[in-house]
Structure formats: structure tokens, C-alpha cells
Ligand binder design. Structure first.
Ligand SMILES: [Zn+2]
Length: 427
């Protein structure tokens, strides 16, 4: 405190949290959560000004005029959740395909009946900017209510220059009106559009010579992603696309080893990807190389669950090898139609054998790292953005344990309360 100006007026004070999870590595912190029992956070101008035990909060910190105080007695306070992998913008839905899969139809059968990813591409191409905007807004609202304050969002249902640009511009317009922070990724290499089926090298040319330069010029994305898979893009094509993206200032990400061990993880390490996502079939060598290069694994239990996959990514092995492991929804109409990151936390525990503290790290600080935002968000530290959740649960293990219901009481984004759970009125 400055002795000549002893009183500091703050905008928001959250006091008496039963468990305040800072996610800051602390000597007394439990399981890497940096837990403070009976904690207080003071927020000024959208950033964390002070954090610590309530009884140690300096008397010089007072609430400014118009400021808010929140009593978090009996509750858990933690950083806003971060969804590190979403396909936010798409039109149409595929519930018919969902039913067909339950009845035993294969991916190929469904594609032959006009379903699959290309049906979403068709619907998205037909949709207007305004339609995509309102669909995107509804999804962002649902995510915010679940406690998510930042998402990564991919294009990839346009697959033509104009349609990919349209999707990325919808994201930009949403960012201007919505509290959710959106980190945009260009995924023109999601799948081969049907008009290029017999001329795939021409699509690679379109991606590398027209789309990537234009996306970069208009500053519409921070990352470039590619679906590296037998059915999508080969290792060689993926490398070319990601390297071109890098030349234009787009940071690499990769959908890797989802359906087969294709060397995607090794490529992620080679090109210096921020994250490799999916990884169900990752090789030992791939894990080792990613650990060495500091690639974050983004695992998508919603897709494992929704596609009833038998093989899960070896999360425990990745953690033991020192990788940062993140969990995300993979929100998309085909393989993971959900906005619920808390549900992914429960799935991460049950299916991937991650413990509750690990799934909390995986949806906060590790997720921030997967998008290069770990200095601004993902943990509660002085000077960092005040993205904070108030949860009506007695301890952090309750969050994945009591699943399928909403525990979020308040969501704070950059110091502003952007969501408060409404109370059901009784008689
Ligand atoms: Zn995906």
C-alpha cells in the first residue's frame, strides 16, 4: 500500500469463500489448486487487485462508491472455466443421425444417406450471417450459464473462401456484443469439400494461397487448425497447411490421432503446436515428443461418449509424462452436441481417470495454456483478469461429483457480474 494514499477503493469484493481456488502453484495448496480456505478476492478495474485469506485482507482496501460486495460463505470461488475446443458456428442439427447411430448405422452409411459433416457444411453455407449470429449467441449464453468465460472457437463448416470468412466474421461480431471471450481459430482444413473430391491438391492450394493469407490479412483468427486423419488431411498436407499458417502469423493447433494412430502428435511437436486435440490413438513416441515440446493435450470426452468409442486417450500417461492436459466440449452437431464443460469434467474423471483437481486444472490454467492466454486468464493472481465463478457447492470435488446439474451461482467476467442464477419463486 502507498503510505500517502492509504485507502484503495476497489470495485468488487468477494469475501469468506469456503474454498478459494487460485490455481496458482502454492506450497500449501491442495493438489495443485492453490486453495485458500476462507478466502477473499478484491477486484479493481477488471483485474485482481488482492487475493488471500479473509483475515489477512488489508484494512486499506475498501469498497468504492457503486462497488459490490459478495458474501461467498459456504461456497467455492474459482477462475472462470475455459473451453479450449469448440466448433461454435454451424447451422442445422443432426438428431436424425444420432438416432441412426443408436440403431447401428455406420459413419459411412450415414454419409451415404446425406448425413455427416458435409450436411452441416451445406446448412451453414445456406445460412445467413444473422442466422449464424443468433445461433452462436444462444450457444454462448448456454456456455456462460455453465460457468465458461473464455472459449476457443473454430471455423470449418464453410470450406470456401467466402463461407469461412463469413463464419469468422460472425465470431468477431459476437465478440463485440457478448461477455464471452472468443479466441478464433481458422479450420478451413476440417474436411475436403465435395466439389474438390477429385482435385484435392486444388483445395490445399486454395487453403494455402487464398484462405490463410486473407484470414491473416483481415486478422480474423489467432490459430490455424487442421484435421489430420486418414479420412481428412494427410500428415504431409497438414504440415504444409500449418507451416503456411505460421508464415502468416497464425499459431498451430491440430486435431490428431482421433480415429487412428497417424503421427499427428509427432507432427504437433514438430511444428510447435500450442495444442494437439483428441489423441485417442496417440503413440508412446507422440506423448514423449509432445511432453518435450510443451504441447498441451486437449482431450474431448464428449466425443468419446457421444460416439461410444471404445478407446480413450491415455490421460494418466500424459500427465505422468509431464504434459498439461486440458478438457473441452468439442461442441459440434455431429460428435458432441453439448455446451456443458462441467459435464466434461465428470466424464474426464470417470472415463479418463483424471481426479477432480486435474479436471479443474484442465478447464482453467491448462486450457488457457492451450491458447497461449495463461498470463491473462486461467488462474486468480494479482494483475490477472478477474474472470471468476461463484459455485454453490461446499468443496471443489462436488463440481464433477454432483453431475448433470448447475452449480454456478454467479459468473464474473473482467470484474463485471455477467450472470446470476435466478431463484425459483415459491408460494
Ligand atoms: Zn473438433
Amino acid at each position: 500500500m502507498n503510505p500517502t494514499n492509504p485507502i484503495t477503493e476497489v470495485d468488487l469484493l468477494i469475501k469468506n469463500a469456503q474454498e478459494l481456488l487460485t490455481l496458482f502453484p502454492s506450497s500449501e495448496g491442495e493438489s495443485g489448486l492453490g486453495m485458500i480456505k476462507n478466502g477473499t478476492v478484491a477486484i479493481k478495474e477488471g483485474k485482481i487487485f488482492w487475493i488471500g485469506k479473509t483475515e489477512e485482507c488489508p484494512k486499506e482496501i475498501s469498497l468504492g462508491r457503486g462497488g459490490h460486495k459478495i458474501d461467498a460463505t459456504g461456497k467455492v470461488v474459482m477462475p472462470g472455466l475455459i473451453d479450449a475446443h469448440t466448433h461454435l458456428i454451424f447451422a442445422g442439427s443432426r438428431e436424425n443421425e444420432f438416432e441412426q447411430r443408436i440403431q447401428g448405422l455406420s459413419y459411412l452409411d450415414i454419409a451415404e444417406r446425406g448425413g455427416g459433416i458435409l450436411s452441416t457444411v451445406e446448412a451453414t453455407r445456406k445460412a445467413s450471417f444473422d442466422e449464424l449470429f443468433s445461433l452462436g449467441k444462444e450457444r454462448l449464453d448456454r456456455m456462460l450459464y455453465k460457468g465458461v468465460t473464455t472459449i476457443e472457437a473454430k471455423s470449418g463448416y464453410g470450406l470456401s473462401l467466402n463461407d469461412e470468412i463469413k463464419i469468422l466474421k460472425v465470431m468477431r461480431a459476437l465478440q463485440e456484443v457478448h461477455a464471452m471471450e472468443i479466441v478464433p481459430t481458422f479450420l478451413g482444413a476440417h474436411t475436403l469439400p465435395k466439389e474438390f473430391r477429385d482435385v484435392r491438391t486444388r483445395y490445399i492450394d486454395l487453403l494455402t494461397k487464398e484462405m490463410i493469407p486473407r484470414v491473416a490479412e483481415e486478422r480474423l483468427a489467432e490459430f490455424c487448425d487442421v484435421f489430420c486423419e486418414e479420412r481428412a488431411f494427410t500428415l504431409e498436407e497438414s504440415k504444409k497447411i500449418l507451416e503456411t499458417g505460421k508464415d502468416y502469423g497464425l499459431r498451430p493447433k491440430i486435431h490428431a490421432d482421433q480415429l487412428s494412430p497417424g503421427g499427428g502428435a509427432e507432427l504437433a511437436a514438430e511444428v510447435g503446436a500450442f495444442s494437439a486435440d483428441h489423441l485417442e490413438h496417440v503413440s508412446q513416441e507422440g506423448i514423449k515428443k509432445m511432453a518435450e515440446k510443451g504441447v498441451t493435450a486437449v482431450l474431448l470426452p464428449g466425443a468419446s461418449f457421444f460416439l461410444a468409442m471404445k478407446k480413450f486417450p491415455p490421460a494418466r500417461e500424459m500427465i505422468e509424462q509431464g504434459m498439461s492436459v486440458s478438457l473441452a466440449t468439442d461442441l459440434n452437431p455431429g460428435s458432441s452436441m453439448t455446451e456443458s464443460l462441467p459435464l466434461m469434467m465428470t466424464m474426464g474423471c470417470i472415463m479418463y481417470k483424471m481426479v477432480p483437481s486435474e479436471v479443474i486444472q484442465g478447464t482453467t490454467i491448462h486450457a488457457a495454456r492451450s491458447m497461449g492466454r495463461e498470463k491473462e486468464i486461467g488462474s486468480l493472481e494479482v494483475g490477472k483478469q478477474a474472470d471468476i465463478l461463484l459455485l454453490a457447492i461446499p468443496n471443489y470435488r462436488y463440481l464433477p461429483y454432483h453431475f448433470g446439474v448447475d452449480h454456478v451461482e454467479k459468473v464474473i467476467k473482467k470484474g463485471e457480474v455477467v450472470y446470476t442464477r435466478s431463484v425459483v419463486c415459491g408460494l
